[in-house]
Design a binder for this molecule. Structure first.
Ligand SMILES: NC(=O)c1ccc[n+]([C@@H]2O[C@H](COP(=O)([O-])OP(=O)(O)OC[C@H]3O[C@@H](n4cnc5c(N)ncnc54)[C@H](OP(=O)(O)O)[C@@H]3O)[C@@H](O)[C@H]2O)c1
Length: 333
């Protein structure tokens, strides 16, 4: 099969389009013929070597963390999916590889593709929607009537998180630049802050939840817009000791996480708010709940650009530039 392969870690290095064998299917996996693959910053960060401690991949490696396609083969222990099913997934860590014609995916990480969506739209969903779900529903327990601040509302995570938070009955504040104000309002944001002209700290206070996806300075300010008892969930770091335990990291990695997050955890404690780091995980049952919301039209996909498969490196460069409005997808079929 054709695949984009990473041979050497390196900043902004290119993936090589190569002919490789189709990966062997495990008993609890289905083989998906890839129709479309979502592009995530995680692909760029792994390529650059930034995730070597958390995700120690052996090279060569096929990148790609989002897939929509058709089941063409099933393992002997697969019960809920059959050949011909249209599906989407965020493949598990250490089993990624959707920048390819075929990718094996664990049955437990799979969902049927929402019927009303194209393959490209379905490929744009899994990683960012699971991130929004795991941050807002699982970690923060966001409830009706609460106030949530979602940073970067026009990005891949932000566009889904705004819609999910509104569905949960929360009031949503978000940041974006002036060009995307209409987009985030259309998605349901109640308070929109143009981060280039306004400081969110001057506008927001007493938030119940913050979804942090930006730098350390933004993180420090975000703690100050929470009410006592509020929760900050960060998807851009720093990782906390609980995360180290969750991934079974060696002691020196756990120590590094403890040190990296000690400042923010101390500040959070002083302000009587919760701090936690989220690194999203593949999860088929959560994905099935999310795809139901897409099927029902409660959440709409936001796809900025679709690149042909051959232009996967260009698609990654576009994502890295940091201006995407929603998601970027590569199309194979
Ligand atoms: N831990 C996890 O599990 C996890 C999962 C998913 C993503 N992430 C991380 O979360 C971050 C966001 O991911 P993403 O996929 O949503 O990114 P993305 O789609 O690439 O974000 C692009 C968007 O960010 C907006 N933006 C850029 N700088 C901004 C700022 N200072 N304030 C507000 N908005 C800003 C841009 O809007 P303008 O063009 O208007 O500036 C653009 O629409 C990344 O660091 C990613 O690696 C982590």
């Amino acid at each position: 099969m054709k695949a984009f392969v990473l041979h050497r870690y390196g900043k902004k290095g290119a993936l090589e389009l190569a002919e490789v064998p189709i990966p062997e299917l495990r008993d609890d996996e289905v083989l998906v013929q890839v129709h479309a693959a979502g592009v995530n910053l995680l692909d760029c960060k792994i390529r650059d070597g930034e995730f070597k401690l958390i995700l120690p991949y052996r090279l060569p490696l096929i990148l790609g963390h989002d897939v929509a396609g058709v089941v063409v083969r099933i393992g002997p222990r697969v019960r809920q999916f059959k050949v011909g099913d249209e599906v989407c997934a965020r493949p598990d860590d250490f089993r990624i590889g959707s920048f390819a014609e075929f990718v094996p995916v664990k049955e437990a990480s799979l969902a049927l593709k929402p019927r009303g969506l194209t393959m490209e739209e379905a490929a744009s969903i899994p990683l960012v929607a699971l991130t929004a779900w795991q941050a807002l529903v699982v970690k923060a327990g966001l409830k009706k009537g609460q106030k949530v601040f979602i940073q970067a509302g026009s990005g891949g995570v932000g566009t889904v998180a705004i819609q999910l938070a509104r569905h949960l009955g929360a009031t949503v504040a978000t940041t974006t630049s002036s060009a995307n104000v209409d987009l985030v309002k259309r998605l349901g944001a109640d308070v929109v802050i143009d981060y280039r002209n306004q400081d969110f700290e001057d506008v927001l206070r007493d938030c119940d939840v913050v979804l942090n996806s930006q730098d350390g300075k933004t993180l420090a300010k975000s703690l100050r817009v929470l009410k006592a008892g509020g929760k900050l969930v960060s998807i851009s770091g720093p990782p906390d000791p609980d995360f180290g335990t969750e991934i079974g990291a060696p002691w020196f990695v756990k120590l590094a996480m403890r040190l990296l997050s000690s400042g923010v955890r101390r500040q959070a404690k002083r302000r009587e708010v919760g701090y936690s780091f989220l690194f999203m995980r593949a999860n088929g049952s959560q994905l099935r709940e999310i795809t139901r919301l897409f099927d029902a039209g409660v959440i709409q996909p936001v796809v900025d650009r679709v690149f042909p498969f051959e232009s996967t490196n260009e698609a990654m460069a576009y994502v890295e530039a940091g201006r995407a409005k929603g998601k970027v997808v590569v199309k194979l079929r």
